[in-house]
Design a protein around this ligand. Sequence first.
Ligand code: NDP
Length: 270
Amino acid sequence: MGQPVAGNPTQYMMEMAFADAGLDWRYLTMEVPPDRLADAMSGLRAMNFRGGNFTIPHKTSVIQYLDELSDAARLMGAVNCVNRVGDKLVGENTDGKGFVESLRTLVDPVGKKVTLLGAGGAARAIAIELALSGVVAMEIINRSVERGEQLAAQVRDNTNTSCEFKQWDGNYEVSEDADIVINATSIGLGDAQAQVPVAAESLQSNMIVADVIFNPPETQFLKMAQERGCSTLDGLGMLVNQGVIGFRIWTGVEPNAAVMREALEEYLEI
Ligand code: NDP
């Protein structure tokens, strides 16, 4: 069995997990230009790959080369994980599932009320997956109106979760009855001092506060929530869990999530 390769955080996490599980598998990283995606997908089929992760700019365009989609991937209009089942390629989205799996370590989302900050790719994945997991009500808070309204309508029209959009203007006051508050914006990425514009006093100690930012994982937003007595979840948990889910889908084996988190922390030097 080869030594784990450390080309990027996800590759190192997966290769360490393969080694830990005694699997002689490889997780390769390949950069494919948008106009060569069709060729890459033919290659993936021809070389009998078990599957793969897909990232920007391929998350939507890869769909045309797949045979089937999971419900979540279809609703999100985005695939980040492909699995070969027989001779079919099936598209999944594990970003939102990774978040929900991380959330479940603290609370069951069924019947909960969620405030979601952001309406980009990460927010979309989380919103759809939380709605499919039984969240009763959600409010989407976003700076730009169009993206926020579109996501709220997508949740309302396709799931049983009630969902409204509010434009983000100044310091947002979280409603008293929110159970879970999530920063799904890119505020805090690579900047440990960045402030998410949320009124600190509107966070109550019974709320669970989560952040998608994994580098650095200790964001100002989570620090503010901890000072208010909230339980918190960092973005590393989401990243580890989307890896855990991909690992399970491809190998059928349960990976060691602690080994995966350690690998990420080692790679990111945190
Ligand atoms: P997008 O570019 O698709 O969306 C960015 C979002 O952040 C938009 O809602 C945007 O609002 C909002 N935003 C950015 N800057 C500001 C600001 N100054 N004030 C208010 N809102 C702001 O990015 P993604 O959704 O793909 O990624 C978001 C973050 O999630 C990234 O940092 C990424 O690293 C992280 N991520 C983490 C994962 C994990 O596993 N932990 C998985 C996937 C992503 P607007 O629409 O107004 O522009």
